[in-house]
Every structure is written in C-alpha cells, then in structure tokens.
Design a protein around this ligand. Structure first.
Ligand SMILES: Cc1ncc(COP(=O)(O)O)c(C=O)c1O
Ligand SMILES: Nc1ccccc1C(=O)C[C@H](N)C(=O)O
Length: 492
C-alpha cells in the first residue's frame, strides 16, 4: 500500500493495516521516499548528537567568527542529527527564524525608530506597525479563520486572562466555568484566579470533567456535564488537545452543544495549533488562545495568538448623529486602537475592528520576526498535507509500539499507550506510560544517550511527538529500535 492509501484509510477511520515488513528500516525509508513533504526537514535545524552534549556556544555568537568552522545557523554538517520528538514542548528551530530576526535587527540598526513606519526593501517583513497583522494573515489557514479574527500578542496564559476578562462575565445565576479535571496547571491557575478575582468561590464555580477509568474523557461525558450545569455555566474552557494524554477533543460537537445552552466557549489550542486541522470560524467558537513555541516553532516563549470570532469584534457606530461607538467590553491599550487614531493622543479609544482590537501594547518586533519566520515554513505547505503525513507517522509509531508490547508482554506489559487509539482523536503525540518509575528512568537515560529528545513526565510517562514538518518515518523506526534495545537490556 502507498503512503497516500494509508492516509485515505486513516482519514476514513479505518485501521492502517501495516504489512509485516513494516518493522524494517527499508520499509520506513520507502515511506520517506514517497513523502512529498520530506524537503521541509531542510528548513529546520535539528539538534545533533554532538550539539546535544554541548555546554558552551563555541564561538557561535553572532558577530564573531565561528571557531569550529561552522557558520552561525547552519546545521551541524557531518554530525549525525538526533531524533527530535519533542515539538509538543518546543518546536525545532526553522532556519528562516534567524534570517527574519537578522533582517529586523538590520532595520533597527539602519533606520532606528523609523522602522515603525517604513518598509525596507529586501526585508522579508513589512514595517513594524504592520507586523502583527502580517503574522495574523499567515496564521489564518493554520487555525481556520479570517486574518481579522486573529490577534498576535503576549503569551498564552496572559491571553487566556485577557480573553476571560472580556468573555467571562459571571452573574449570580451563571457563574461557573467548566474545565477538565487536570488541565495544564497554568490554565487551572488562570481559571481559578479569574473566579476568585470576581469574588467567587472556586469550589462552587469550577466544574471539572472527570475522565473515564483511563486518562481520556469521552465526548458524551463532556456533553452530559454541560447538560448538568447548563443553567449556571458562564464559560466552557477546554484544551483542543489535552497536553498529557494527547486526546483531541471533538471541538465542533462540544462547541455546538454548549452554545445551544447559552454557554460561551473558549479553547486552549497550545497543543492543537499547527498540529491538527482546525476551523475556528466555522465551528462558531467564541475565542481561542494558543502558544507558538510548540508546533508553530517560533522559539521559546514566543509571542502567542488568539482568535476572537468576528461577531465579537464588531464596532457599531450610532446611526445618524455623532456619538460614541459601541463594542464588546475588554481590557484596552493603545495598540488595540484603530491605526488612524492610534497616534492622535486624544484619549478617544476606537478599537480596530476584529481581534486586532484586543491588542493592548506595542508588540515586540523581534518576537514577531521570529514568528513570521516560523510561519513562512507553513506557507510552503498546508495543514491538510501536514495532518495527512502526521496521521500515518503516528499510526506507524503506534504500530511499532504494539509490536513491542507483544514482544515484551508477559503478565505485566512494560508500557501502555494513554493516547486515544482512534487516529482522528489525537494529534501527533503518543503518551506512553511505563510500568514503573525505574523503567521510565532507564528508558529516558537510553533515549538521551542515543540523541533522542522527547518529553519525560515524572513519574512514568514519556510523550513522543513525531512532528510531520521535520520528522521522518525512519526517525520513528530508529526511535523504536532504541526503545526496544533499552527494554531488552532491562529484561535480560
Ligand atoms: C495547555 C497549556 N497551557 C498553558 C501552557 C503555558 O503557557 P505559557 O505560554 O503562558 O507559559 C502550556 C505550555 O507551556 C500548555 O501546554
Ligand atoms: N514552556 C515550557 C518551558 C520549559 C519546559 C516545557 C515547557 C512547555 O511548554 C511544556 C508544555 N506546555 C507541555 O505540554 O509539556
């Protein structure tokens, strides 16, 4: 079967049915040969086995000649690349990021403050005033919205607060926020503190959806919790993909259900943006927030994105007479103000129409350059193609893991996969729970020693994310060989 046929099967909800030869390196490489996205790997700098051990910059500091003959930003030629399966925490560095940031530094050095209003020839970026909108435009297809429904600002948790400031309006009757039992702690703190900030009691206003007997939360359970609390709930705030289990929630179904009950719906897309296909506008979501350092690869702590549905971004002017415009209440700052009045300094705030009206500050041009560089890679492909490849990459990883379970089975399997078995209910990530903490530590050490980067969650989970932009089927196969070797050694 060809790569395309595997994609079709998985998209149709059918099992991939890998052949018995699929556990060979040659078979993995044959899929890489069919992969029309394979060239995108060259857009990235993948840490190498040697670079992973480095403790100093070795003269690779901008403005100084490299001491080891390697130019800044070039990949470490001749040195074997590691396996980078940790894009669910921090995406690998796109080569374009350095180029875009350098262009920005050059603009700043050359024309100083004028860079705010002046385009520079040959720069891949527009003037600083237009940079955030430029990034919004480049992000629209990734999340399925219009560019005007996106604002690029701040960081994820800060944006969750900004959005809740506008969208969480508790009343005596409707004051609850529905969340899942164990969101990423930052989301939990954000929700809890919003509730206390309104003078309410988190014990009474936080509704946590519990999982089934594993770590997964069935859609039916989400819907029934919504039904149970519908009259008192002001906001539903869930992750598109749960960071720990990798579960991809049925966003359109859950959103439609909650909205039909009069509940405002927000999503945290930290693990979903750039990972799975999203249609935020069509799904009628009220707001969503995401970071850009995971699957979007804009760098540690990079500037984040938020979606505000177009119906919430409207600015209404009174008919006929001149009067104050009306718009959705929010926390405001001058960069959310319409560009025509932003520099008037007359204290008459008029927001930009759309999500841009939620911007508060002058966003960092360096941060935006980094994001723009990262997004330029997405412009060479599309989410549909990335998702197609990811479906097969992850199913292949699951297949090899299952083979290993059979091999190291016995009465207690060495590990189990927590992530949903249905490919359409997960992104690229598989969360693997090892049978014990000792096993986890031994496996982690073996992976590290062999140049594998993946996320280890104490006490006993590793999260493995073969990101389609820069991962190969060969990497999946090699990863599994290393894991198998570690388990065999422990079994011996
Ligand atoms: C679901 C989720 N929420 C929040 C965060 C943290 O966000 P911030 O960028 O605000 O540190 C992360 C990861 O860091 C995350 O995975
Ligand atoms: N920002 C970080 C800084 C250091 C280490 C990890 C992170 C993460 O982003 C973790 C990620 N949210 C996760 O789901 O694991």
């Amino acid at each position: 079967m060809s790569l395309d046929q595997f994609v079709d099967r998985l998209r149709n909800g059918e099992p991939a049915k890998f052949p018995s030869t699929a556990n060979t390196l040659a078979w993995a490489q044959s899929l890489d040969e069919q992969d029309k996205l394979s060239h995108l790997r060259d857009e990235f700098i993948i840490p190498t086995k040697a670079s992973l051990k480095k403790k100093s910059l070795d003269g690779r500091i901008p403005g100084q000649p490299a001491q080891n003959g390697v130019t800044n930003g070039a990949s470490h030629e001749g040195d074997e690349q590691g396996i980078y399966f940790v894009g669910n925490s921090l995406g690998a560095q796109p080569k374009a990021v350095r180029q875009y940031v350098d262009a920005q530094l050059e603009t700043w050095a050359s024309i100083g403050v004028a860079g705010h209003f002046q385009d520079m020839e040959e720069s891949p970026l527009p003037k600083w005033q237009d940079l955030a909108e430029d990034c919004a435009k480049k992000s629209a297809d990734i999340v399925g919205s219009s560019p005007e429904e996106i604002v690029i600002m701040n960081t994820l948790t800060a944006n969750l607060h900004m959005m809740m400031a506008s969208f969480y309006k508790p009343t005596e009757k409707r004051h609850k926020i529905i969340l899942e039992w164990r969101p990423f702690p930052s989301d939990y703190y954000a929700i809890e503190s919003q509730i206390t900030w309104h003078g309410l009691d988190p014990e009474k206003s936080m509704v946590k959806i519990e999982p089934d007997d594993s770590y997964l939360i069935p859609t039916e359970r989400v819907l029934s919790v919504i039904d149970e609390h519908s009259e008192e709930t002001a906001l539903l705030l869930l992750p598109g993909i749960q960071y720990f289990s990798g579960q991809f929630f049925d966003m359109p179904r859950i959103t439609a259900h909650a909205k039909a009950k009069g509940i405002t719906v927000g999503w945290d897309l930290a693990h979903a943006a750039g990972n799975v296909e999203l249609k935020l506008h069509d799904w009628d979501i009220d707001f969503a927030c995401w970071c850009t350092y995971k699957y979007i690869n804009a760098g540690p702590g990079s500037i984040a994105g938020a979606f505000v549905h177009e119906r919430h971004g409207k600015v209404e002017w009174p008919q006929g007479e001149s009067g104050k415009p009306s718009y959705r209440p929010r926390l405001t700052g001058w960069y959310g103000g319409d560009k025509s009045v932003r520099f008037k300094m007359d204290n008459n705030y008029v927001p930009i129409v759309g999500a841009g009206g939620f911007q508060v500050s002058n966003p960092s041009a360096i941060d935006l350059a980094s994001l723009s560089g990262a997004l330029s890679v997405f412009n060479k492909t599309c989410m549909r193609d990335l998702r197609s490849k990811a479906l097969v990459l992850t199913a292949y990883a699951e297949y090899l893991l299952d083979q290993m379970t059979a091999e190291f089975g016995g009465s207690t399997p060495a590990f189990r996969v927590l992530t949903p078995r249905d490919p359409l209910q997960r992104g690229t990530q598989l969360s693997v729970m090892l049978a014990s903490e000792q096993l986890h530590d031994a496996v982690s050490a073996a992976l590290e020693a062999n140049g594998v980067m993946c996320d280890k969650r104490k006490p006993n989970v590793i999260r493995v994310a073969p990101v389609p932009l820069y991962s190969r089927f060969e990497d999946v196969w090699r990863f599994m060989e290393i894991l198998k070797g570690a388990l065999a050694k422990l079994n011996a």
